[in-house]
Design a protein around this ligand. Sequence first.
Ligand code: PLP
Length: 439
Amino acid sequence: MERPSREVIQENRDYTLFSWSVQSTSNPIHMTRAQGVWFWDGDGNKWLDLNAQLINMNVGHQHPKVLEAIKKQVDELCFAGPNFATEPRGRLGKKLAEVTGLAKSFFTLGGAEANENAMKIARLYTGRDKIITRYRSYHGATMGAMTASGDPRRWPVEPGIPGIVRVFDPYCYRCPFGKTVDSCGRECVSHIEEVIQLEGPHTIAAIMVEGITGSNGVLVPPDDYYPRLRALCDKYGILLITDEVMSGFGRTGKWLSTQHYGIKPDIVTCAKGLTSGYMPLGAVIVSAPIAEYFEKNMLWGGLTYSGHPVSCAAALANLEVYEEEQIFENTEIQGRYLAERLEAMRKYACVGDVRYKGLFSVIELVRNKATKEPLAPYNGTSPEMQRLAAYLKSKHIYVMTRFHMLWVCPPLVINREELKYGLDVIEEALAQVDQMLGM
Ligand code: PLP
């Protein structure tokens, strides 16, 4: 007999802690089942998952091929320690080398651990200490990854780890240098050179950036941003680490978001879309020279669950689904429709900007288009943003809202009809915000 949702939720709240929330205000949905882009709550409501959970369920919920691969691996060999060779671990490493053009993978359990280990590897390889990161970034909730992050989630852990130096972002809608993308000198890159000079180039191990910044607002960089950043790294012998935890594995229509810009990083970190969340797994994928370095030098790092066979088997099946079902092609096709619809939403007074690449997108909301005053303050909320979120919830559309932004990042298997349904409801919500603003 299924227990009433009320009881399940209460037990969860009584005995477990929920992330990033004041516990007394946490209001979890009781998820009972899910399929594709949909999930159901304990009251039988059907929700459209326009956020792919935490922007990770790229192949959608309950994909039979991934489920089957997990079951098969569990029966065959459920666990092997991190120093054992297994079939799925080797095959996954090879596949990741193929799709990224890099050499070897170190497996972790998720994104934060991948970034911790990427920073450690960069320090070991270069013999330098500092890591340059950007302000509008999130790299994970462990101590090092949290310090590397620029967004307010780092504040409570400060001072965190030493050696993190932050720079500004390619945030063209609110350019920190007061420029416009057509006429600027790409100060978002050139100021980093000044920071490098002031810090001492010989002290900087790596620049670590999200491939495309996700939870700080889908900041799609200008086309020449990455070639310039790559050149800057090469000039000073600094490694380029791209965190593709959110932007990688098809989210933008390619394996890595930097593949849109024709550059190769030295280290890529990934998680989320690597298994579409079916099993916990992250990876640090390193270039041939870095892999070669560790042929003769100790890799000072390890995790009991590194290379977990079930996680690796889930990842392999998930990557096969991407190819067999032409998921990235669907991302491109649906992404074009999403782009059209988002552009049309600029007609609402509260829509300041829309940004997108594939099925990675955000709507940035403002109180006033001319002044660009955000609809909620940085690290805060507002009655209008609360109304927007409440309306979407009441219609059982699952999205992420944060500060003054609304993300649209569905599973990559979404079809036109499903996407249209969700976007139509989002438009209703935007119209309500306009009304509240008296527009
Ligand atoms: N890096 C990026 C860009 C992320 O978006 C996230 C999570 O949202 C992480 C790292 C952390 O990943 P995890 O939650 O798996 O530790």
